[in-house]
Ligand binder design. Structure first.
Ligand code: ATP
Length: 381
């Protein structure tokens, strides 16, 4: 989350076993002919969440969103929103609205007319409708552009028109399919903050699909990582990042280094594994039960690895030697790819704290890699 404050317990209802979810996705299965797009999926989403669905292309994210909206019907299973079974409820009668990736604005209509279009099925007087349009435009700060046509707007402004049109019906849940994908990187980051502010103002649940993991990390209360129609892990961004449940999740969300090995011994919170690739013992702070001989993978994020030209001081655990194989300067940080003595390539991110054209550590330098036992995780799958 981008917010400066840690969410309180009441803002994390998923941790409260007594809390009632707003959306219950129960054993939902979707078959297109012989192809399974969504596979007996279960999810619970709480009121006010900014919930992200992430996963590789074709894993079923959009299909799930479309079933929530009512544009697709589950082959089996059911979806409840605020306790009501949505099976027989048509899209326009559901308390949800969807904002499409393409924004689907009408080119011949002005901004004001596009936003007002969202009220076409609402039985209200024209004056009430005008007031609601004005309020919606104010919310996305587009009052001054009310008379323009979509082609006279920037990408970010078009996104805000689509958002206002989707929110004007006051849905209880807003579904967003790749809401920021049409924007360039800089604008996307700025718009992420705007989207969060608007969601906070309106207080409704947002469920969004994204390809962009950084966006999911920055925006969401929780993330569901999907693969082949299934949810592999659901959690707050930091939990998913720091405690991935499987290699797929560790690798999909952010960058990681994986070392395959077998458990050698385990005790007092510290587990030692023998890495097949490095031939060395690697240690992880892990309270779980692990039996000697079990096959595991150690995952360590690139920013958790220290890089030095001198042998690191302290305990000789989790230490490898190698040479700088590749080096990428990214402004705020550098990415090193280190070829270790055993031939395995390890990625390391280092912050560029000082302004210098001289690399402290350069191509072909001999270096040591080290990390603490509590900065890695063990994965059984
Ligand atoms: P992307 O990130 O590429 O948008 P996605 O995770 O949103 O992918 P979906 O659009 O949900 O994926 O599609 C899931 C799978 O179901 C894909 O393999 C897709 O080809 C298939 N699929 C989706 N809609 C249909 C359909 N109407 N008929 C047949 N197959 C479909």
């Amino acid at each position: 989350m981008l917010s400066a404050q840690q969410p309180s317990a009441s803002e994390r209802p998923w941790l409260d076993p007594g809390a009632t979810p707003q959306i219950v996705i129960e054993n939902v299965h979707k078959q297109f002919g012989g192809f399974t797009a969504v596979d007996r999926l279960n999810l619970r989403i709480y009121r006010g969440e900014m919930f992200a669905l992430v996963g590789a292309s074709g894993c079923g994210k959009t299909t799930l969103l479309r079933m929530l909206a009512g544009f697709e019907t589950p082959t089996s299973g059911r979806i409840l929103i605020d306790g009501v079974d949505m099976t027989d409820v048509p899209p326009h009668q559901r308390p949800v609205n969807m904002m499409f990736q393409s924004y689907a604005l009408f080119p011949h209509m002005t901004v004001e007319q596009n936003v007002g279009y969202g009220l076409r099925r609402i039985r209200e007087s024209e004056s009430v409708k005008s007031r609601r349009v004005a309020e919606a435009l104010a919310m996305v700060q587009l009052e001054a552009l009310a008379g323009r046509k979509p082609h006279q707007l920037s990408g970010g402004q078009r996104q805000r028109v689509a958002l206002a049109r989707a929110l004007i019906r006051r849905p209880r849940v807003l579904l967003l399919d790749e809401p920021l994908s049409a924007l360039d990187k800089k604008l996307r980051e700025q718009t992420q903050f705007e989207l969060m502010n608007i969601q906070y103002q309106v207080g409704i649940t947002f469920v969004f699909v994204t390809h962009d993991q950084d966006e999911a990390m920055a925006l969401s209360t929780r993330i569901a990582v999907m693969n082949r129609g299934r949810v592999l892990q659901v959690g707050a961004p930091a939990d998913i990042y720091e405690f991935p449940a499987s290699r797929f999740v560790a690798d999909f969300v952010g960058t990681t280094n994986l070392f395959e090995g077998t458990i050698e011994r385990s005790g007092a919170g510290l587990v030692a594994m023998r890495s097949l690739e490095t031939g060395t013992e690697l240690c992880v702070d892990d309270g779980g039960r692990h039996e000697a001989g079990h096959r595991v993978w150690l995952s360590v994020r690139p920013e958790k690895i220290r890089l030095s030209k001198q042998p690191p001081e302290g305990e000789r655990i989790n230490r490898l030697k190698g040479v700088v194989w590749e080096l990428g300067y990214l402004g705020n940080r550098s990415t090193y790819r280190i070829k270790t003595e055993c031939g395995k390539i390890v990625t390391v991110f280092a912050q560029n704290e000082r302004r210098s054209s001289q690399w402290a550590i350069d191509w072909n330098d001999e270096v040591y890699l080290s990390w603490t036992a509590d900065s890695a995780v063990l994965l059984a799958d």
